[in-house]
Design a binder for this molecule. Structure first.
Ligand SMILES: [Zn+2]
Length: 82
């Protein structure tokens, strides 16, 4: 596992860094169903498709709405090298 937390970059300019498929979003609020606050990005666009890492529940959410709730982004650096 080679995860790096990119939260430093996140709010520097009041904006969210590019979110890519495969990133894990750490949300400010926990998922009510299971208590996990980590969501894996399955699809990006005007809407994000996210999967809760706790319970596997998938859902769509508007990008602008979702970005406000992101605390940090975890990206697998090893994956980018490959
Ligand atoms: Zn969940």
């Amino acid at each position: 596992m080679c995860y790096t937390i990119l939260c430093m970059i996140l709010r520097e300019r009041g904006d969210i860094v590019d979110i890519n498929v495969g990133d894990v979003l750490v949300m400010k609020k926990n998922h009510p169903g299971c208590g996990s606050n980590r969501m894996k990005v399955l699809r990006v666009g005007a809407d994000f498709k996210l999967m809760c890492m706790g319970c596997g529940h998938t859902f769509m959410t508007a990008r602008s709405k979702c970005e406000k709730k992101i605390k940090s982004v975890i990206r697998d650096i090893a994956e980018e090298k490959g």
